[in-house]
Design a protein around this ligand. Structure first.
Ligand code: NAP
Length: 243
């Protein structure tokens, strides 16, 4: 058995592609979602994954989610910190405090809370057997996304730094921590930022001249999770068509 994997935001997009591939490769998979119960349950039914409802930004939900995994699937070995949100295009001088707080709560606090619970179970210091954490950042972290969503880009820069710091903190305890920075990928996230054509438009200007597919990110995630990447930690891997 490959292990026990939690994919946050696993009901759609990159997360759903990761759930499918992980199930195919023999992982016991938990997929988390917050709104789209129908998509989560359909995917769980198709893949044999365990669907768990919960907002990653809410500590009580995160704690409960990890307990449910302990009880139903066993000790977690891989965390994919994938749940994330954007918002409509705006300049910083137009952003409300509520928008910023929600963006940082889901994208940053959510990833920290899930990493905390995973480390408590994976770390040899806590009686665990090690594991792997893969954080989903974005090329936005190094581009900055001006006049679109600097708040989102900054939240992903925090994910890069979480990856660097945590990899050093828990490497001696048997945990590898890495990040992937996807470029523009065909998922629903662009429609939720009010610009469904965004992936094709921006993708066309990348060196590979197209947007990526969720499966292309999933394959990189599964590689980082696997023993094929046994000496990779603290890495931030761009999977962005050369952008
Ligand atoms: P997506 O298609 O919009 O799917 C987002 C997923 O996250 C859904 O499963 C959603 O659940 C879940 N989610 C949202 N807020 C949540 C919360 N508070 N708690 C738990 N789950 C939550 O997004 P995607 O494009 O696959 O993006 C996945 C990750 O890749 C994100 O971190 C994103 O920032 C990053 N990324 C994406 C792109 C891109 O071009 N697509 C590029 C760079 C980075 P529901 O189904 O219940 O709503």
């Amino acid at each position: 058995m490959a292990g026990v994997m939690l994919v946050t935001g696993g009901s759609r997009g990159i997360g759903a592609a990761t759930v499918r591939l992980a199930a195919e490769r023999g992982y016991k998979v938990a997929l988390n979602y917050v709104h789209n119960k129908a998509a989560a349950e359909k995917l769980a039914h198709e893949t044999g994954a365990l669907a768990i409802h919960g907002d990653v930004a809410a500590e009580s939900y995160v704690v409960r989610m990890f307990k449910e995994i302990d009880e139903k699937l066993g000790r977690i070995t891989v965390l994919v910190n994938n749940a994330g949100i954007v918002d409509v295009a705006a300049r910083v001088d137009e952003m409300s405090a509520e928008r910023m707080q929600r963006m940082f709560a889901v994208n940053i606090t959510g990833s920290f809370l899930c990493a905390r619970e995973a480390v408590k179970r994976m770390s040899k210091k806590h009686g665990g057997n090690g594991g792997s954490i893969i954080n989903i950042s974005s090329v936005a972290a190094r581009i900055g996304s001006p006049a679109m969503y600097v708040d989102y880009a900054a939240s992903k820069a925090a994910i890069d730094t979480l990856t660097l710091g945590l990899s050093k903190e828990v490497g001696p305890e048997g945990i590898r921590v890495n990040a992937i920075r996807p470029g523009v990928i065909h998922t629903d996230i662009h429609a939720s930022s009010g610009d469904p054509e965004r992936a094709d438009r921006i993708g066309a200007s990348s060196p590979l001249q197209r947007a990526g597919e969720p499966e292309e990110i999933a394959r990189a995630i599964l590689w980082l999770a696997s023993d094929e990447a046994s000496y990779v930690s603290g890495a931030i891997l761009d999977v962005a068509g050369g952008r």
